[in-house]
Every structure is written in structure tokens, then in C-alpha cells.
Design a protein around this ligand. Structure first.
Ligand SMILES: [Zn+2]
Ligand SMILES: [Zn+2]
Length: 283
């Protein structure tokens, strides 16, 4: 189904994946009393009319982290939840400077055309975006009761300091956002990312709870991901920390190296070569 240029897919009972125009994934989870929206996309076009067509109940909005491709339609909602460690970068100075201009470039490249003046006005208007919104800080242990459906906040510092996943035990789903992703992998090279060690610790805690879920829904690219992805990211981190990993350089991404292990791919800052004594690979 396609509404407002968003593609909506029913992925489980009372659960929808909403793809925005650049391929960011939003998730809508419906309980008996409330709905939960995990992320709001890049924000080229309003998403709220799409949400309201699916679900007429009150909507709780949670951001997986503060990057522009996940918070773009926050302005359409009165109340937003984000982990406290990403709060400042959402309401103040973003981790990646000038991220709105970058977001515009991303949007135009993805669409293969320039935005119309009207789209651009909505898209670039910071004042409109930040009006009257209450941003609530998550501590990382909350359980949201949607009515016969509980969704738990699982901290996963790594991609950003305040990145979270959401766990829905009753449906056995783990929504990983950018903390476990295929294709370009998990990006730890941007300002605001944590050390590999911190990401590794977070993943291990999440892996310990693997009996609670069996499908992973990421923020971009392939979905659902097999459980093995999580294991592979853990192994990939361990290899880096132990200096056992080989890195490759991709000229397109300056200042950044890639390390892979089976399904997992980590993008790291170049400084990691020295820090972990990594060897240059041949591929
Ligand atoms: Zn991100
Ligand atoms: Zn993203």
C-alpha cells in the first residue's frame, strides 16, 4: 500500500513497517489502547496522515536515536521520547553539523529530483519543526504499555550514545534501528558514536536475552534480519577489540574504514587502525 509516498507493509499482527521516501523504516505497533510509532523518518512529507489511516488510537512516538533520517516528522507530534544521551543532539546542536542541508541532499538524491518549493519549505523550516513539542528523556529501562502489549526500551549505545532498540516480547520482535543493519552495516564513524567496546557490551547484553525474540527489524535495508546478524556483529566487535580484524578502505568514505565478519559490517573512524593495531586487508 502506498500513501503520501510512504510504503506501508503489514509485518505482524497489529504491526506495520512504513518505508519513507529515502528508505528509512518507521514501525507502528498497535495495542488495545494506544499505538507506538518508532521513528519518524527523514520528514520529506508528513507521516501523521499515514499513521492516522492505520490507527485512530493515541500515538506514543519514540526515536531510536537523533539522526535526521529518524526524527524528521517529529514536528507533527506533541510528545516525543528519546534516550537522554541523545537529547541534546535532538533539541540543540546535532551530532553531525549542518545535518538539515545534508538531509536535503540525501532526499534529493534518493528521489532523483529536486524538491518542489513547497516540499522544501516544510522540510527546511526548523522553526516549524521544533515548535511546541515536548521531548521526554528515556532512561533506557522503560516499558510502554499499549494495552495488552508491552514494549520495552533496550539501550544500545554504539551508533550514537543514546541509541535504543525496542523489544516486543509478546510478538517476539526486536526493533534494532541503525544498531543492527545489513548492507552498509553499522556506522560507528560519525561524531556522537561510542567506542567499539561500548557497542560490544551493549550487544552482548541484548544477545543474552535472545530467548525473548526471533526476528530483527532494522532501520534500513534488508528486513527482517536473521538472528545471526546480532551474533556476527558481536564477533566483528570482538575481532576489532582483540586486534584480529583486517580493515578495508573505501575511497568514497574518507576518514573511515570497514571491518567485516560474515553478515556484519562495521564502519569505523581511521583512528581505530592504530588504536586496535588492525591490519590492512586485501579485498
Ligand atoms: Zn543513524
Ligand atoms: Zn538511519
Amino acid at each position: 500500500m502506498k500513501w503520501n509516498d510512504y510504503v506501508v507493509e503489514h509485518i505482524d499482527v497489529g504491526t506495520w513497517l512504513i518505508k519513507d521516501q529515502i528508505g528509512s523504516y518507521l514501525y507502528l505497533l498497535e495495542g488495545r489502547e494506544k499505538c507506538l510509532l518508532f521513528d519518524t523518518g527523514l520528514g520529506i512529507l508528513p507521516v501523521r496522515p499515514v499513521i492516522e489511516r492505520i490507527c485512530s488510537k493515541p500515538v506514543v512516538v519514540i526515536n531510536s536515536h537523533s539522526h535526521g533520517d529518524h526524527v524528521g516528522c517529529n514536528y507533527e507530534f506533541d510528545n516525543i521520547y528519546i534516550h537522554y544521551a541523545d537529547y541534546e543532539s535532538l533539541v540543540g546542536e546535532p551530532y553531525v553539523p549542518d545535518s538539515r542541508t545534508m538531509a536535503l541532499e540525501v532526499a534529493e538524491t534518493a528521489l532523483g529530483r529536486k524538491l518542489t518549493e513547497m516540499e522544501k519549505q516544510g522540510f527546511m523550516n526548523e522553526e516549524e519543526r521544533q515548535k511546541k513539542q515536548t521531548v521526554n528523556k528515556l532512561q533506557g529501562k522503560e516499558i510502554f504499555e499499549l494495552g495488552n502489549r508491552q514494549v520495552e526500551v533496550i539501550p544500545c549505545p554504539g551508533h550514537t550514545k543514546g541509541s535504543i532498540m525496542l523489544l516486543d516480547k509478546s510478538h517476539r520482535l526486536l526493533f534494532t534501528a541503525d544498531s543492527c543493519c545489513s548492507t552498509y552495516g553499522v556506522l560507528l564513524m560519525y561524531p556522537g558514536a561510542t567506542s567499539v567496546e561500548e557497542y560490544y557490551d551493549a550487544l552482548q547484553k541484548i544477545w543474552k536475552r535472545r530467548d525473548d525474540y526471533d526476528r530483527l527489524y532494522p532501520g534500513h535495508h534488508i528486513y527482517p534480519l536473521e538472528m545471526k546478524y546480532l551474533e556476527d556483529f558481536i564477533s566483528c566487535c570482538r575481532n576489532v577489540i582483540e586486534g584480529q580484524a583486517e580493515y578495508i578502505v573505501n575511497e568514497e568514505y574518507q576518514g573511515c574504514i570497514f571491518v567485516t565478519y560474515q553478515n556484519a559490517k562495521l564502519a569505523l573512524p581511521e583512528s581505530c587502525i592504530e588504536k586496535y593495531q588492525l591490519q590492512r586487508g586485501t579485498v
